[in-house]
Design a protein around this ligand. Sequence first.
Ligand SMILES: *Cc1c(COP(=O)(O)O)cnc(C)c1O
Length: 400
Amino acid sequence: MKENYFKKYPNKDGFFNEYGGAFIPPNLEDEMKKINDAYFSISKSHKFISELRDIRKYYQGRPTPVYHCHRLSEKYGGQIYLKREDLNHTGAHKLNHCMGEALLAKHLGKKKLIAETGAGQHGVALATAAAYFGLECEIHMGEVDIKKEYPNVLRMKVLGATVIPVVHGLKTLKEAVDSAFEAYLKDPISTIYCIGSVVGPHPFPMIVRDFQRVIGIEARQQFLDMTGELPDSVVACLGGGSNAIGIFSAFLDDDESQLFGIEPAGKSFKTGEHAATMTLGKPGIIHGFKCYTLQDENGEPAPVHSIASGLDYPGVGPEHSMLKDLNKVTYDSITDKECIDAFYELSRLEGIIPALESAHAVAYAIKLAKKYPQKSVLVNLSGRGDKDLDYVVDTFGLPD
Ligand SMILES: *Cc1c(COP(=O)(O)O)cnc(C)c1O
């Protein structure tokens, strides 16, 4: 059934049941079709597959390990394991799809990669991939975010990328998306747009999912080798949903493993104080595709908040939207406060500083462990937390 699942979803128009698709202008439709057709012919070739396999192994340092948290498990009960995507080169899972996207660009004869970035994580991963392949890289970033996330701006520049400040509107992610798309449409022949998660119009949610599946394929086998069983629960944080679909995709057939996607409940469930799209949103269209969204009365994306900037998006991948309706995955949320507590718990009990995004998943795993002390839980630790240290210590201080 598993291979059938990946053939069936998305369908040829990019739909995961009612979600996904491509709600975009006609000139963009042609470009998306070209990327889709090229993806199908190139990504199945032996040359592409073996090149990507070598990159995973010798450049990214894959497979990343699965680790048993002995002190965390002892304190809270349960058996808590981490899939260590924080040990993937550049310190997070995003490089998995950026290397794939850049390899596709190379096979298509493209010269330049274009993308937007919010907090800068996607920009840094893409700039890394561009350097590896000798491609140009242009990252569009709101002026407000440039000031807030300056270390990542420097990283992108050191890696040779051009950072284009976006100065209109609110000068944040939404304007950066528009600006990056405009730049891409000016020259779709020699450039390619590289999205940062399993979102956007078809074929992006499918392409990014396929490149992130490596997480689940590795983790399922590693967990079986270590324990002789499958995990009772698999937990991942959910922004657009790329690290979550990456690990979930290997367990969709396993009835014994329950899957949990964790969104930010932020400060409260008041509008503007959270980004709990699945918990509080409704189906709608955002950025060219249909999914659960947080929107205002006029259908505009609602303001969102999370202490983890990689999670504050008012939409979610179409595949997750479908998996929610099918009850294949349980979507739940974790507050800023619970996230910070888990951030320090994992740091102090295991010597692993998690990204604030990943700390949402860790916090939920701790809750599960307390509730089900006999059961095992596998957490996708999507990234490391070095990027968050200044913010966490300045804002919340150090615990005793
Ligand atoms: C960007 C990011 C996320 C959120 O993105 P998804 O597409 O939902 O995975 C999660 N964790 C880390 C470390 C990130 O950088």
